[in-house]
Write a protein of this length. Structure first.
Length: 141
């Protein structure tokens, strides 16, 4: 298992912030061909978590407090680091170190994967930037 690192926005180094934004743009904007504003004001309110490997930033997620839950978002893993369980490790770390309930908007093709992590669909499928998503929720344990 790789170490999970975490930081509030104001504690991120400029280099780490750059790596996070670069990875998110590489996957969400370029690879998934979604032209949208990847950088939003929520970054400054989030807890940022990531895993490094020998090539640098390998996987990342952010967690944002909402009035009655924690929102998990921007789950992303570098293309050459996928299928190594890193995203699952990050999600499980969030679930074991924070108080739920937790919500997320899963890309529809990942619904079964999130179900294995204890999430259940909580609403109808919707389109976000041309990609089908399903709102999901996991109750506090």
């Amino acid at each position: 298992m790789n170490d999970v690192n975490s930081s509030a926005f104001e504690e991120l180094s400029l280099e780490r912030l750059y790596e996070i934004l670069r990875l998110r743009v590489e996957v969400f904007v370029v690879e998934q061909q979604c032209a949208y504003s990847e950088i939003d004001a929520l970054d400054s309110e989030a807890l940022h978590l990531w895993i490094d490997d020998h090539d640098g930033l390998a996987s990342y997620v952010r967690v944002i407090g909402e009035p009655d839950c924690l929102r998990i978002g921007r789950v992303v893993t570098r293309r050459d680091a996928r299928s190594n369980g890193l995203s699952g490790q990050l999600i499980n770390h969030v679930l074991s170190t924070t108080d739920g309930p937790w919500v997320l908007s899963a890309q529809a093709y990942l619904c079964d994967w999130y179900t294995q992590l204890g999430f259940v669909p909580s609403g109808p499928e919707f389109d976000e930037d041309g990609i089908p998503h399903i709102p999901m929720r996991r109750a506090a344990t």
